[in-house]
Design a protein around this ligand. Structure first.
Ligand code: SF4
Ligand code: SF4
Length: 79
């Protein structure tokens, strides 16, 4: 069954190192240049559709700042 993913970045941990941006095979993570975290970093954000929930970003993040959510994609019944 097709899976749709999304991520949540914990701004208290993210330091904007961009490792997740480079690692994401779908290229759907970017750095929010218009926002600073409480620690003074530009944090990572999901910036496009297409996340598969593969968890690569969460695995490479050295600060365990990313939580990945996965759910089955709703199927259309043709009507
Ligand atoms: S790898 Fe982690 S700390 Fe680095 S930008 Fe991504 S979420 Fe932030
Ligand atoms: S879970 Fe996979 S596809 Fe989704 S943002 Fe992270 S690395 Fe990219």
């Amino acid at each position: 069954m097709p899976v749709q993913g999304s991520i949540e970045v914990n701004d208290l941990y993210c330091k904007g190192c961009e490792l997740c941006v480079q690692a994401c095979p779908k290229h759907v993570i970017g750095i929010a240049m218009d926002y600073l975290t409480p620690r003074g970093y530009h944090p990572a954000r999901l910036v496009a559709d297409g996340c598969t929930g593969c968890e690569i970003c969460a695995i490479v993040c050295p600060d365990a700042a990313i939580t990945v959510y996965r759910r089955a994609r709703a199927r259309r019944n043709g009507r």
